[in-house]
Design a protein around this ligand. Structure first.
Ligand code: Q46
Ligand code: ZN
Length: 313
């Protein structure tokens, strides 16, 4: 197969687009796709400051690489989740990426926050599944760091496969409120929130992996050990089968939802305007935000356990 652009020998074949590319043309194609998405969805302007949430994986590092290449003002944010060796290795990759390119990187670690909020400890204390605890804490720190640093935008590396799996899950249960918020650009609903964007939402996991590999990005290949049991993987698997039978399915599913169907759910997003959390001051729909209520729960359970141990001892 030949490259559709320069007719050199193709190194990658994208079945969804029925196109082959050589390495330089593929890198150009990928960057252009990101650039187009940013412009089409009015994600951000060159004068805005972007906080890029990086996990050390291929998607977020590829995103950061492209944004830097396009000349945007970016700072990385790495949040250490405290998930054993996986977190150590992912932090190393994020730091090495930023260090080699002389890019600013904010590093926060959940184990150092409050009374120690590493994901496995919080999950054990509250008997929640790790991903539920992790999701609530990530959302809080992403928002808080973006607000503290006065950034205009928070960008995440969610790709087409992530968005298609999330959409399938939301559609299967007709979660209208979730569908209302499943957008590649979420405008802030409170002055302490920033705009949230997903510039890779139309590029597949495969396309992102090829970009990261071809541009020599050293990323953590292993998945978070907690991802294995996640329902999202079942949806991804189902979508991959559909994609094999009919290339381009995922792209059409997500793109057409966002461009034509999504607005039908807009009214379901009416959660009102958030107030402020009495504990941390970040936006909240109740007296305290979901992060602070999680922390309170962890602390109460730890205190009860310590008291029980004292009595037993
Ligand atoms: S990091 Fe956190 Fe994911 Fe790991 S604990 Fe679950 S939510 S799987 S993206
Ligand atoms: Zn709070």
């Amino acid at each position: 197969m030949k490259c559709v652009r320069c007719k050199a020998k193709a190194e990658v074949h994208l079945r969804a687009h029925n196109a082959g590319f050589c390495r330089p043309c593929y890198l150009g194609y990928f960057r252009r796709q990101v650039e187009r998405t940013i412009a089409h969805d009015h994600m951000f302007r060159p004068d805005e400051r972007i906080l890029v949430a990086v996990s050390g994986g291929k998607d977020s590092l590829a995103l950061w690489d492209v944004l830097v290449g396009l000349g945007y003002q970016t700072t990385g944010l790495y949040l250490g989740l405290g998930i054993g060796g996986y977190s150590d290795r992912s932090r190393e990759r994020a730091e090495a990426f930023a260090g080699a390119r002389d890019l600013p990187l904010v590093v926060r670690s959940l184990a150092d926050e409050g009374s120690g909020l590493a994901v496995p400890d919080v999950a054990a204390a509250t008997r929640r599944v790790p991903c539920a605890a992790c999701g609530a804490m990530k959302r809080h720190f992403f928002d808080a760091v973006a607000h503290e640093g006065q950034f205009d935008v928070l960008a995440t590396g969610h790709n087409l496969d992530d968005e298609a799996a999330r959409l399938l899950g939301n559609v299967l249960r007709w979660q209208r409120d979730h569908l209302a918020r499943q957008r590649p650009v979420l405008e802030p609903t409170h002055p302490k929130f920033v705009r949230k964007v997903k510039p890779l939402y139309l590029l597949s996991e495969y396309e992102t992996a090829v970009y990261a590999f071809m541009s020599g990005i050293d990323y953590v290949v292993e998945e978070c050990p907690n991802a294995e049991g996640a329902t999202q993987l079942v949806y991804k698997d189902a979508l991959n089968r559909l994609e094999t039978a009919s290339p381009g399915t995922k792209h059409a599913f997500v793109k057409e939802f966002v461009r034509t169907a999504q607005t039908l759910f807009a009214d379901d997003a009416a959660r009102g305007v958030p107030g402020e959390c009495q504990q941390c001051g970040m936006p909240a729909f109740g007296a305290i935000c979901s992060f602070c209520s999680l922390v309170r729960e962890v602390e109460a359970k730890r205190a009860r356990r310590a008291a029980a141990e004292l009595t037993a001892g």
